[in-house]
Design a protein around this ligand. Structure first.
Ligand SMILES: Nc1ncnc2c1ncn2[C@@H]1O[C@H](COP(=O)(O)OP(=O)(O)OP(=O)(O)O)[C@@H](O)[C@H]1O
Ligand SMILES: [Mg+2]
Length: 362
């Protein structure tokens, strides 16, 4: 089976690495010159709205998916008119606009932080009256790794926030003093079968994910699954969906969804029976889903900006290194390692040994 992937970053690369053992082949379409999945398949180096390139892309594949949720809507429609595009264009729309996403959660009865749309400088005052302060001003579209966000602590911050972000549609959200952040990774097959990975506990710094650790028996597992199932059903979703939550007051507040494989699921390559990447491919290819059960303890650590020396990290027991083949650059995710262990105490020891080698930049 030939699978087309819109986007050729590290997620596309790890999808291909999971797909080759199943006999799949891959074609990527990505305008970036540095597309790190390109060596793993055919790479069409073209813009997402290049109709001739899209035609060539669709001509050589059985079905398509995406690893980047900001693929233009028009691209999704053009592809979906020619080959099955999974998850469907409606899932892409849902994940692209933070305001629409929040409204979807409200519609589905899923709790969210207080929020309001902001379309003008005066509107910022009105929105803040609704959310209270502190609050986070975010671009409605295209944000990632905490980019396009400004934390407002008092009215004295409004002018600077507006100067930085004010020329585009925005949303203001109450700042949640969360106890923890978790994500629910779910996968839905073409026949509607659903499986969930154990909830993952995520630690961010400066808006960027640093570590992700699956929890075998999180007390919020059933609630996370319930909320994720509502979204999967509403969007008639096929593939892996990531749902990010704040844990607050012992319950879950929805932050955002990503209609694709997700950084908080990378541990599953070594830490689960079937990884998020393989399960995404199984789902879209119409195969039975694989087990989401844990294989012992694990935690994923991102390499941000710089990776530790390979000779040093390769010497550590239970540490599995993934380098994406990207140029090191400040704030950039260039790789990760998953630490595995048979028990929690050993995991902590192995994680501490890895952390000594990490070059932290922020
Ligand atoms: N309303 C909020 N209250 C408290 N913290 C927040 C809030 N919104 C965002 N954050 C913090 O910033 C992080 C990144 O925010 P968010 O998930 O909205 O952005 P993103 O840029 O889409 O991130 P990514 O694509 O990496 O998931 C969150 O995981 C959380 O740690
Ligand atoms: Mg996020």
């Amino acid at each position: 089976m030939k699978i087309g992937i819109l986007g050729a970053g590290q997620l596309g690369r790890m999808l291909a690495l999971a797909g080759y053992p199943l006999g799949f082949e891959f074609t990527f379409l990505d305008p970036a010159t540095e597309a790190c999945a390109a060596p793993l398949g055919e790479h069409l180096h073209a813009g997402y709205l290049d109709e001739a390139a899209l035609q060539e892309f669709c001509g050589g594949i059985d079905l398509a998916t995406y690893e980047f949720e900001n693929v233009p809507q028009r691209t999704a429609e053009l592809v979906a008119a020619r080959v099955p595009l999974l998850p469907g264009p409606q899932a892409l729309t849902a994940g692209q606009d933070r305001l629409g996403e929040k409204q979807l959660f409200v519609d589905l009865g899923i709790p969210v932080p207080r929020f309001a749309a902001v379309d003008s400088r005066a509107g910022l005052e009105t929105a803040a009256a609704r959310t209270g302060l502190p609050a986070v001003l975010k671009t409605r579209r295209m944000g990632y790794d905490g980019k396009g966000q400004y934390v407002l602590r008092s009215v004295a911050d409004f002018d600077a926030a507006w100067a930085q972000l004010g020329n585009q549609p925005l949303i203001l959200e109450a700042f949640v003093p969360f106890e923890r952040e978790v994500s629910c990774l779910a996968v839905r097959a073409r026949d509607g079968a659903v499986r969930f990975y154990p909830l993952v506990e995520n630690v961010h710094r400066s808006g960027i994910l640093r570590t992700a650790r699956p929890r075998a028996a999180d007390p919020l597992q059933a609630l996370g699954e319930d909320y994720a199932r509502r979204v999967l059903q509403r969007l008639d979703y096929v593939g892996v969906l990531a749902f990010e939550f704040f844990v607050h007051g012992g319950g879950l507040l929805a932050n955002e969804i990503a209609p694709r494989v997700h950084n908080s699921g990378h541990w599953s390559i070594e830490g689960a029976e079937c990884s998020q990447f393989e399960n995404h491919l199984r789902a879209i290819a119409g195969l039975p889903l694989g087990s989401t059960a844990l294989r012992g303890e694990s935690v994923m650590v991102n390499f941000i900006g710089q990776a530790p020396a390979l000779e040093s990290v390769a010497a550590l027991e239970g540490v599995h290194v993934h380098l994406y083949g990207k140029e090191p650059k400040p704030q950039r995710k260039i790789g990760h390692a998953t630490v595995t262990a048979p028990d929690a105490a050993t995991l902590e020891r192995r994680l501490a040994a890895l952390q000594v080698l990490l070059v932290e930049e922020c």
